[in-house]
Ligand binder design. Structure first.
Ligand SMILES: *Cc1c(COP(=O)(O)O)cnc(C)c1O
Length: 374
């Protein structure tokens, strides 16, 4: 007898899910191997802003040492990592929450602050997860028109719409530009304390290295404002995307609410150890960031030679914008068939691709393929 496939046709789901498109992560190497028959060693993934140099060797050693201890639940107090982070940022325990990626902290804060019909103000082009989590709770998304964070426009919309949450992503993903710290402080100053302002600093380590005037210090933020939360992550500069560790820094009142939403043991033993040790190996991270900007210069030079528009970036990726006679979807697809995975930004309304700055060899390969293609 043939199995009858269940279509689930009579199951009704939460209405809020109807208009959510699933987040499309950068295509995993494994899928490209399967779809195009390219060998894994010939595939270069520059699509998810991972650290191309991997993670600190000290992290690798530390993690392998604790491998025999997997039977026990993780330390749910997260003491070691919390000690590291509170020392690094000169904050107290009560100002900190750790999430399975800063993504999870975004989810917590959305549930904590926004309910049905709440309003969330975001930049026209920005991190896709803000909108997805907003939709989970039935909140309405309000976008600026400007592609760059224009805080005057943010303020105008704030006045008109009175949003519950405002997201400032600096440096911004997927465009790479960053807001001046002075501007951020002047902006929040004008925001009523009932609106939560989120400063997403997923790429802050890069921005801080490149230009001091873009460097947001979470301690200063939370000392000055009671309605702000700063987000950071180990997925980018620290090279721990696979470990899923991020954090939120805010005043104790906000953190206490977020804790109500945190599932127990949301960070694995391995991830806690990896992040704690990664935080201590400052030399490794500094070196990666230095190399990142050396390689980024080559992208800038390449783009100039090829007459491709490039947005000045404070991150570990660059955004290349094409003229109308070129189509970013075609470019990304052609690259993919040759084993080069980049991010097509057509879904963001841009005729552009976002490319993670890789190692010298990876970047050489990218330049070679694009030259061939154009
Ligand atoms: C990568 C990223 C995050 C979070 O990544 P996690 O891996 O969930 O920590 C958050 N915001 C932006 C803008 C990002 O690019």
């Amino acid at each position: 007898m043939a199995w009858k496939l269940c279509k689930g046709g009579r199951l009704k789901f939460n209405k809020k899910l109807e208009h959510i498109s699933t987040y499309e992560a950068g295509k995993p190497i494994e899928l490209v191997v399967r779809e195009f028959g390219i060998e894994a060693k010939d595939i270069v993934k520059l699509a998810s802003n991972e650290n191309p140099y991997g993670c600190s060797i000290k992290v690798q050693h530390a993690v392998s040492e604790i491998l025999p201890h997997m039977a026990m639940y993780p330390d749910d107090s997260m003491m070691k990592l919390k000690d590291g982070l509170t020392k690094r940022f000169e904050i107290a325990d009560e100002n900190l929450i750790i999430g399975s990626g800063s993504d999870q902290v975004i989810e917590f804060l959305m549930h904590a602050k926004a309910s049905e019909n709440a309003k969330i103000l975001i930049n026209s082009v920005t991190f896709a997860m803000y909108e997805i989590y907003a939709k989970h709770v039935g909140a309405e998304i309000i976008r600026t028109a400007s592609q760059k964070h224009d805080l005057d426009e943010f303020y105008k919309l704030y006045k008109e719409e009175n949003p519950d949450i405002i997201f400032l992503c600096t440096p911004n993903n997927p465009t790479g530009d960053a807001i001046d710290v002075k501007e951020i402080f002047a902006f929040i100053e004008k925001i009523d304390s009932d609106t939560l302002v989120v400063v997403d600093g997923a790429y802050m380590e890069y921005a801080a290295y490149k230009d001091e005037s873009k460097k947001v210090t979470p301690k200063e933020l939370i000392e000055k404002f009671e309605n702000v939360i700063y987000l950071g992550t180990f997925s980018k500069a620290y090279g721990l995307g696979g470990m899923r560790v991020g954090y939120g820094i805010a005043n104790a009142t906000i953190i206490k609410e977020l804790y109500k939403l945190r599932p127990p043991f949301n960070i694995t033993t391995l991830s806690l150890e990896a992040a704690s040790v990664a935080l201590e190996d400052k030399d490794f991270v500094d070196e990666c960031i230095q190399l990142n900007f050396i390689e980024m210069k080559r992208y800038e030079k390449f783009a100039k030679e090829q007459k491709i528009d490039i947005i000045e970036s404070y991150t570990n990726f660059v955004t290349l914008c094409f003229e109308n006679n070129r189509n970013s979807t075609e470019i990304a697809d052609t690259l993919l068939r040759r084993g080069m995975i980049v991010r097509n930004l057509s879904g963001y309304g841009m005729n552009a691709i976002r490319v993670t700055v890789g190692t010298k060899e990876q970047n050489d390969r990218f330049f070679e393929l694009i030259t061939e293609l154009l």
